[in-house]
Ligand binder design. Sequence first.
Ligand code: MN
Length: 326
Amino acid sequence: MDPILEQYYALENKVLAYNPNLDKAKLFDAFKYADSAHSSQQRKDGSPYITHPLAVASIVADLELDQDSIIAAMLHDTIEDTGATHEEVAQRFGTTVADLVEGVTKLTRVQFNTREEKQMENLRKMLLAMSKDIRVVLVKICDRLHNMRTMQYQSPEKQIIKCRETMDVYAPLAHRLGMQKIKWELEDTSLRYLAPKEYTEITNYLQKHHEKDEAFMQSIQFKITDRLNAMGIQNTTYGRIKHVYSIYRKMLAQDKTIDQIYDLFAIRIIVNSVKDCYAALGVIHEMYKPIPGRFKDYIAMPKANMYQSIHTTVIGNSGHPFEVQI
Ligand code: MN
């Protein structure tokens, strides 16, 4: 099959998996419309432009957003880059889709020419306010993520500008909207261009220690699961290695090299109730010695984005600290 059609059907299947009521004819029509609108354009890597909206729509589908968001993602660059108009898009795909596409276009046109934190905060607020429909911001963040994934084809100047903008505007927005995984990828990819030496140093280190780290994390994960189960606290417990940018920040803040940073891991424990959170905390502190000053109760004091959990850092039996999020 034609690789672009293949990419299209992969998207359709991804959406159908969580939305069996998808209007397949309408999605295909959006694909055809975008394909012909962008037919004279190419991506910087030489591939047909349509591969970009297809990829963005696929990231939007990873978030399991509704049909209008998927179609808007497919059309998100048509008003900006081609002869398409709001009226035409509205006639063919409905007003909601046209409004979403126009909203994304407006965000694309905003210039970020400040690096001052206070002004950045105002900008982020403005972006949220400009988008009466939150789906506009979600699609825009997915657009930026795909542009970050293909950043190697941009000029060095453009790489720096785009990566700073991503760090200053899009990663904090993704964070505020609770899109943790996307936030991590935005930050890590930006770091790759903003601090290439440090980025390589950290990723090489993580690769080299991968097996040992995985084994360490698994053994802790098993011990915690066992103990919580024995105490009658139902739980899902898993470990993860922190993302590159958060390790980089630690190295900077503590003025340390990577082998002096020990808490590279976080264990996440999900339980059924607030009461169980505090009970699990008691179990953890009984199993492992907590490090003073590292305990945070975001259940009693939620973060600005409504995030609620308990964080503590404890010392494992091997003497290595690790973070626990309950
Ligand atoms: Mn785009």
